[in-house]
Design a protein around this ligand. Structure first.
Ligand SMILES: Cc1cc2nc3c(=O)[nH]c(=O)nc-3n(C[C@H](O)[C@H](O)[C@H](O)COP(=O)(O)O)c2cc1C
Length: 215
């Protein structure tokens, strides 16, 4: 397949330094709200990049569940491939891409586990079958013999944790928070002269610097 003749001109918006808030989270929330208003499907989905001690980057989609005063929170299996990467190298980068809005946002920083109380509160809000589903992946990213074997594990777990009872939060499952030290807002513009504005700070204690990057 060859897509080399396919191109779109990006003309849906612009980013000016004058309209930027001093800190990036107000801006991120504004763009998320605009994506929600425009009915972007799953606007809180991110591509999450990690890199373990093998130096091999790995990327996958996860759903952001919260924007905090530090960064973004998502939930996953701590024993998964990503969990092992994070154990070995506690840094990550997340990318929101809202195609219809010709926008992307990159969030980079150190990553830590969310405290257990918060994880359990979130797990207990999930639908019953998602709760049981989390127990199936022991570990997530591990090999399973067949679809049938997996369905059988799920059925057995439903018997072990009947609907209506509290499904315990697996100790191998929980939240991570990326504490941002870089957040870049990208707005597509005509002629490939896109707007790229980078908020950066040396640590989460510092104030944000704003820099315009070449596209
Ligand atoms: C739209 C979408 C949303 C997803 N959300 C999550 C999520 O919130 N948490 C999660 O662990 N996996 C989620 N996944 C599955 C991951 O992409 C991935 O397959 C899984 O976490 C295992 O990744 P790993 O082997 O790199 O650790 C989602 C996948 C898609 C396509």
């Amino acid at each position: 397949m060859d897509f080399s003749d396919k191109r779109l001109s990006y003309e849906k918006g612009a980013l000016h330094e004058e309209i930027l808030p001093q800190e990036p989270f107000a801006m991120l929330k504004q763009w998320l709200n605009e994506a929600i208003e425009q009915n972007v499907p799953e606007p809180y989905a991110i591509s999450l990049a990690t890199c373990g001690s093998d130096n091999m980057p790995a990327v996958r989609t996860v759903l952001v569940r919260e924007v905090t005063e530090l960064g973004v929170v998502f939930y996953t299996n701590y024993l998964s491939h990503k969990g092992q990467d994070i154990e070995q190298n506690p840094h990550a980068e997340a990318l929101f891409f809202w195609h219809d809005m010709q926008r992307q946002v990159r969030v980079r920083g150190a990553i830590t586990k969310v405290d257990r109380v918060k994880t359990e509160a979130y797990f207990q809000k999930r639908p019953y079958e998602s709760q049981v589903g989390a127990w199936v992946s022991q570990p997530q990213s591990g090999e399973v013999a067949s679809r049938e074997a997996m369905d059988e594990i799920f059925a057995n777990l439903k018997q072990k944790f009947p609907e209506g009872d509290t499904v315990p939060t697996p100790e191998f499952w929980g939240g991570y928070e990326i504490a941002a030290t870089e957040i870049e807002f990208w707005q597509g513009r005509a002629n490939r002269l896109h707007d790229r504005l980078l908020y950066s700070r040396a640590s989460t204690q510092d104030t944000w610097q704003i820099t315009r990057l070449l596209p």
